[in-house]
Design a protein around this ligand. Sequence first.
Ligand code: GSH
Length: 204
Amino acid sequence: MAPAYKLTYFPVKALGEPLRFLMSYGGIEFEDYRFERENWPNLKPNMPFGQVPVLEVNGKLAHQSVAMARYLAKQVKLVGKDDWEDLEIDAIVDTVNDLRHKIALYHYEQDAAIKESRKEPLFKETLPYYLERLDTIAKNNNGHLAVGKLTWADLYFVALLDTMNCYAQMDLTGNYPNLQTVKNNVLSVPAIKAWIEKRPDTEF
Ligand code: GSH
């Protein structure tokens, strides 16, 4: 029987990977449908808002990667113990996403002059600003990004790291020991380890 969960996404990690991490963590069997880029124009009209990732759960379509990640986090019990803890977790996830956006803005810029002008502010100001703060949070939370224990905020950050590193062409956690601890904590979860061993090898 086909699994009840099907993830449709480009053949990359990016916004699909936090969802794959969460399902793997919780032992949720899923079809990891990675379509070829040339098929996207055919698929796009069938997606709720013309974008992916899209998660099909028992025949129902869900969209918006953070909303889907939050849903899965509830399913696999990686949420907070009350609304305040959930707020703390959500704020980290949104912050990681803000960081991803800022790096992507640089990475995807086609105009070489504009890209060059974005380089110094990104690498000298934005990245240290975000990473120092996240590192301090990780230090104060025992190697986690929120509420002092493993939550979907940790999985979200680590799942997006490869993509952010690839966009920035550097190891974002390189100078940040507490963020490295967050990474190690997530990557040492047996189910995540098993997922990483079996997932397709992609650049980002
Ligand atoms: N806010 C959406 C989410 O988080 O799911 C953004 C989704 C998004 O930007 N998807 C991109 C996409 O579908 C791929 S990462 N691009 C193709 C298109 O827009 O035609």
